[in-house]
Design a protein around this ligand. Sequence first.
Ligand code: KG4
Ligand code: ZN
Length: 338
Amino acid sequence: MLWLGIETSCDESAVALVRSSESGFVVVGSKVSSQIRSHQPFGGVVPELAVREHLRHLPAMLPKLLEENGVSFSEISGIAVTEGPGLAACLMIGYSYARGLALTLNIPVVGVNHLEGHLLSPFISGKRDDAFPFISLVVSGGHTLLMLAKGLGQYQKLGGTVDDAAGEAFDKVARLMGLAYPGGPEIEKMARIGNREAYDFPQSFPEKDNFNFSFSGLKTSVRYFLDKNPESKSDPKFVADVSASFQEAVVQVLARKAILAAKHYRCRMIAAAGGVVCNGRLRDVLEQSCRKAGIELTLARGELCTDNAAMIAAVAAWKSASGVNIGLGSDINPNLPL
Ligand code: KG4
Ligand code: ZN
């Protein structure tokens, strides 16, 4: 079966083709149109601007994707679209587009939870039924989730952030230091030339049986520190050291909680995904900690960490090939839980 994935939940318009077979599934093609440059001057996503950008890009992307991969409309056998969570007006664009297209092509359309897309994205290069149970760490701009994945579609939330998402913390701290949006990649760039032991920023919830995260205390601590050293913000060495120390505090807490959860629930694998998993230091620390603890680690490939439609089509492909029931809700749901 050839699935078309459509993703418009936030500030990336994305389409992808994923083919499923009994032995697994492969990404035939994937296109992402990032709106970062349009939102950059505003230091964050502006919903109205995002809607206009989706409307401008989405219709042109699909014919291009098909042409580039030598696929015709008639070969598409099903459409998978993100139905939540996300920005309501943005979700609505993809959802309406998918429904209209499905009607025209006379094929089924199914709704996919964006977070399930991230959760399963580490396995996109091949179906991994034997991966379950595993601990999933999903860290993006909107979410920080630690889940116990018991089976396809069976997820138990172990913890989440009680305030800012990890990516949001990167974005806000970057802004405090005058770095561009999105802050994650900028902080990582500065951190590469900084000393991660320069400053000792706080790490929240060190307790062993608490799988929640909190990043607002860390963010406030960085803010006070910057306020006390206003002249240093123009010193690249200072910004690099603050970036490296802040990044280290976030990365250590994410890795520690994931390992604790894997041990607590006796899982032999951790799978991590979401925009923040692009971060090289987080990938390294997760790899080192998992090796030390004898836990297998599966990381989403870089281009599949940030929002994309391959992960949306892959959920539909995996579930339909495994006989798991999938359908389409009668509406989008901006707060759809996992
Ligand atoms: O998954 P994603 O593309 O969108 C959401 O679903 O939110 O994640 C975007 C987030 C942003 O907050 C961005 O700053 C963060 O991921 N991010 C990073 C890196 N690349 C993107 N954070 C840390 N290090 C990075 N290299
Ligand atoms: Zn996302």
